[in-house]
Write a protein that binds this ligand. Sequence first.
Ligand SMILES: O=C(O)CCC(=O)C(=O)O
Ligand SMILES: [Fe+2]
Length: 351
Amino acid sequence: MANITIPVIDISSQNPSAPTQLLEAVVKYGFVFIENNAVGIPPSRISELFNLSQEFFASPQSQKAAVSITSNKAGANHGWLGPGIEKLSVAQARPDCKEAFNMSEPLMQNGKLALQQPLPESLQPHEGPLIEFQNACHALCVRVLGHFATALGVDSAWFAARHDRSRGRSGTVFRMLYYPYLEGVEDGVDVRAGAHSDYGSMTLLFQMPGQPGLEIKTPEGAWAPVPVDPSRGENSSPESRHEAKSSSAENKDDAKPLPILVNIGDLLEDWTGGLLKSTVHRVIFPQGDAGDRYSMAYFLHPLDDAALEPVPSELVAQHAAKTGRKGTKREGKTMTARDHLMERLAATYKV
Ligand SMILES: O=C(O)CCC(=O)C(=O)O
Ligand SMILES: [Fe+2]
């Protein structure tokens, strides 16, 4: 077990060094925490969404099955994935011990934004907050991408233009995740989410206080826990769940919001010639921890038809030349974001 410190960065205009600090972190680890301040997402919104998630996963099986990802109604890659459906790593013996609900990006329909799938009964009255949350996630991602662009020495809107939702569809997905507590888990065999890297540009990950389990693979190849709350160094300790509960009850008002975890996906790694890292990660059953885990992930993708032409950055060119890494051209042709996603999905589901 390794130990790493993922930096926590203020990305507001108060911190002029934000671009270089962000870049440094994702070049090294592919993961970075961003302070949830005025340019973040109101913590009350995040807890509201966690409440909706808990309500949905606790709803009767028949309501979840009605919006199953395998039903034709839900549309590609949208809907509920029951236990035993997903196996994130081809190397694992058993499927991930989790359930998930995938939501489409909101698209304009009859003059207003709408999700592109039927919602389960428990979420139907809440389409508004679900859309607003995705809007807030998208805005935060665009801000982070602006900082990456600045640090790479390209126009600050370079990535934003290629993720501009008013210009078309993308592979962006918002996912609620539920990892139930299970008895009789086999150490080293059962995992909550198998080792994988994310596919798209970048991911925002929301964790709940006292629910650890995320680990990343260090450049040396060891697993290192990612804390839920880096200011407390909270990781896989079984006490942390109880401590977190009591402390949040005690200082509800003055508690600093948890920072938001950001990680780079395969597409952005390829797009930057391997400079920004898409780091392998997994979710384990923490030793001695007897609780459920809930998390939420916003997987940002560029517009389907965004051409993945090389990012016109000197830093990217130098890095790619040094490592000789294959970029985003195939047989001399520039790929689109959609081609990239299809290639990645084909590689995952080949076996
Ligand atoms: O639940 C988590 O903390 C991580 C989930 C994750 O990595 C994923 O769904 O891609
Ligand atoms: Fe992931």
